[in-house]
Design a binder for this molecule. Sequence first.
Ligand code: ZN
Length: 165
Amino acid sequence: MSESLSIGADRVVSIHYTLTDDAGTVIDRSGDEPLGYLHGHGNLIPGLENALVGLSAGDEKTVSVPPSEAYGDVTEPEPQRVPKSEFGPDADRLQAGMQIVAQGSDGSRIPLWIHKVEGGAVWVTHNHPLAGKTLTFAVKVADVREAAPEELSHGHVHGPGGHQH
Ligand code: ZN
C-alpha cells in the first residue's frame, strides 16, 4: 500500500464508484473489487479523470461530467435499421448497448452501438449509449501507487482489476 500518493500522471489508481444519470438512476457501479486504471492514458472519460487529480487513498468526491467531457452529444437522431441476416452467425447474441465495429467502404473501422434488437432487425447508431447525458460519479479512492514500467509501456494496469498478462 502506498503512503499518501496523490493521483496524477502515470500512477495506478483504484476507485470505487457509483455512476448515475441526470434522473438519478444508477447506470453502473464498481463491484466488490475497485476499478483499477492507469492515470493519464485515456482509460477514463476526460471529465472524470481530470477531476480526480490530486486526490489520495480514502478521499471521496462527487463529480458531475457534461456530455462534452464524457461520451459527446447525440449527433445522429435516428438509428439505422439493419437486417439481422447481415450480422452472420453472431446475430443472435446482439443486445442493446453492445458495441460493434463496422468496416467502411474505404476499409476504415467504424465503432457503432446497438440501439435495439427487434424481430428480424438490429438498429445501430454512431452514438454511445451514454451520449448526451450528464454523468454523476460518486467516487471513493481505494489506492494510488506508482505504475510498473511494463504497465506504462502497455498504457494500462496489470494485476487485480486490470489485464491479466
Ligand atoms: Zn498489458
